[in-house]
Write a protein that binds this ligand. Structure first.
Ligand code: FPP
Length: 243
């Protein structure tokens, strides 16, 4: 049954998701970890659909962190294959809902077939402006901030930027996706209370919603609960409530 997202007063422009618990979901059922990731990919699809329906403009999913390269090669390979398979499966849905695909992270570290598959869909959806799906791949927030700092240092060295011009705004402008607004809501599944090197700079003022539900079980209903919780939050950005 479709949820009444229209009844919600505030809809976050950007929702970031840490999709955790695929492995535990699979283990509980005696399945392989990759089966958990496969079911997790269906949750990405369900959340994408629900977000478009709710009017959320940007969704960022943490699909593969820089630390995930330490996982067994078979699991990494399975995840990369799943990514290609999922893009084949969702592409039409991206077009039907006018969703642009973008990627953030160390793109060049990804296997060539994955890069090619991603690039194809990024190019084919680049003209959509209403909704954006951002997949964080080989992503680490500290690396992103260090890279931004190095880019500015190089400009200072070349004489095109002054040290006095380094501030919050210019640092933001040197991150991977400078034109994307900060997430207002961060959802983490499977109960872990950690940021795991995800969007450390961009999540400074985000509301956090942590649920015990494993990612493969996080579907439209769970997304609706997260938006409901967001509606109940009083966001003051360090100021005082003047009600
Ligand atoms: C964390 O669960 C999940 C991941 C590292 C991978 C997430 C990837 C997907 C859902 C695949 C598809 C993605 C897209 C964008 C199509 P875990 O393995 O750490 O679970 P555990 O903590 O229970 O072991």
């Amino acid at each position: 049954m479709s949820k009444n997202f229209q009844g919600l007063e505030k809809i976050p422009r950007h929702v970031a998701l840490i999709m955790d618990g695929n492995g535990r979901w699979a283990q509980k059922r005696g399945l392989s970890r990759i089966e958990g990731h496969k079911e997790g990919a269906q949750s990405v699809r369900a959340v994408l659909r629900a977000a478009a329906q709710a009017g959320v403009e940007f969704i960022t999913v943490y699909a593969f962190s820089t630390e995930n390269w330490k996982r067994p090669p078979a699991e990494i390979d399975g995840l990369m294959k799943l990514l290609i398979h999922s893009l084949n499966e969702y592409e039409q849905e991206l077009h039907d809902n006018g969703i642009r695909l973008r990627v953030m992270g160390q793109f060049e570290r990804l296997p060539l077939p994955v890069r090619m598959r991603l690039q194809k869909t990024m190019d084919a959806t680049a003209h959509y402006t209403g909704h954006t799906l951002i997949i964080a791949l080989s992503y680490g927030s500290r690396t992103e901030i260090a890279d931004a700092t190095r880019k500015m240092a190089e400009k200072v060295k070349a004489g095109t930027m002054k040290p006095s011009q380094i501030n919050e705004q210019t640092l933001t402008e040197h991150l991977y996706l400078p034109d994307v607004p900060d997430p207002e809501l961060m959802i983490r599944t499977s109960g872990e209370l950690r940021l795991s090197n995800f969007l450390l700079w961009q999540l400074s003022y985000a509301e956090f919603y942590i649920t015990d539900v494993y990612w493969p079980d996080f579907r439209e209903e769970e997304f609706f609960h997260a938006l409901e919780a967001f509606n109940g939050r009083d966001r003051r950005y360090g100021g005082v409530d003047n009600k």
